[in-house]
Design a protein around this ligand. Structure first.
Ligand code: ZN
Length: 315
């Protein structure tokens, strides 16, 4: 999961279908009558018939895909047709059978995320939404009793006060290094003291077998290349300068590209870069090779101190 912000992406504004008069009015009725059966999936998916092509379009999904670089907001796998997922479940909660679900957020833009089928359903999230704070049980009201729709944003009170366990890519900073650790095996581990990373992994089943396998493969591919160049250098087939040049241009620059937000599993790539000496170096066959590779990497990293801003690498 990578940090994101749709508010900083004016090219992907709130879809017209969510902000329309008709939707606002229909939502008002749902809230007033607690009528969850009236929730219309065509609205939160943004489904409409394109008059030019006569084909169905899914505007909400298209916007979410743009914001999330065609990736699942939770597992970062590439998704051509992600599901429009409600961060806060709209109809019921696994944790509290008496809670009606966050039905008033059914068309709320900040409550919608693109998710793959596995993270959203299957053994993944479904209707889970555990919290640490006090659960919001009903739509927020103004002093005159009317519904306060402006308090529906996931990043403001009262929703922010619930302290959800599940990280939100746009409310939290899931890639700041404080929530997740990755192992060489491809397994993810939650590391923050509040247990949000751990719970997020559990809720979305982020340690499912195929994700572990693919993350492990990414680590192995890097390792294989480094081992190959290290062996050539050790055996005298590469000079020190050629060894350095090969590592930098064919491995470390590739590792920078893997961190770009449009790349699948880019959080893992950030982790590998930030923890190179823990996750890669010990896997090299000899301490001499480990020391040499570590020295080249440290030097590369110093030069690319501001690597996160290097745009040219994507060109
Ligand atoms: Zn996913």
């Amino acid at each position: 999961m990578r940090s994101n912000s749709r508010k900083k992406l004016p090219e992907f504004p709130i879809p017209e279908i969510l902000a329309s008069q008709e939707t606002t009015s229909a939502l008002g009725d749902i809230v007033e009558h607690v009528d969850k059966n009236a929730i219309n999936p065509n609205i939160y998916k943004g489904q409409f018939k394109d008059s030019a092509t006569k084909k169905d379009r899914f505007l909400v999904r298209e916007r979410l895909k743009g914001i999330y670089y065609n990736k699942c907001a939770y597992c970062e796998d590439i998704q051509n047709k992600p599901e429009v997922e409600h961060y806060r479940p709209k109809k019921k909660l696994s944790e509290d059978r008496n809670h009606p679900g966050y039905y008033w957020l059914c068309y709320e833009w900040t409550n919608l995320l693109p998710a793959c089928h596995y993270c959203n359903t299957d053994k993944g999230k479904r209707n889970q939404f555990p919290i640490r704070g006090i659960r919001v049980n009903a739509p927020p009201r103004l002093p005159d009793g009317s519904w306060n729709q402006s308090a529906n944003d996931a990043s403001v009170s009262p929703l922010i006060d619930e302290e959800p366990y599940l990280l939100h890519p746009e409310v939290d900073q899931p890639d700041d290094g404080s929530y997740f650790k990755f192992h060489n095996t491809g397994v993810m581990e939650g590391i923050d003291p509040k247990g949000r990373g751990k719970k997020t992994i559990e809720i979305c089943d982020l340690n499912r077998e195929d994700l572990i396998d693919r993350r492990r493969e990414k680590i192995s591919n890097i390792l294989e290349l480094i081992r190959c160049f290290s062996a050539l250098w050790s055996e005298g087939h590469l000079t020190v300068d050629d060894f350095k040049a090969a590592l930098e241009s064919m491995v470390f620059e590739k590792m920078l590209k893997m961190q770009q937000p449009d790349q699948p599993f880019s959080l893992l790539a950030i982790y590998i870069f930030e923890h190179f000496n823990e996750i890669i170096v010990p896997e090299l066959p000899t301490p001499t090779q480990g020391k040499a590779v570590s020295a080249v990497f440290t030097n590369f990293r110093k030069r690319f101190k501001y690597y996160k801003n290097i745009k040219y690498l994507l060109k």
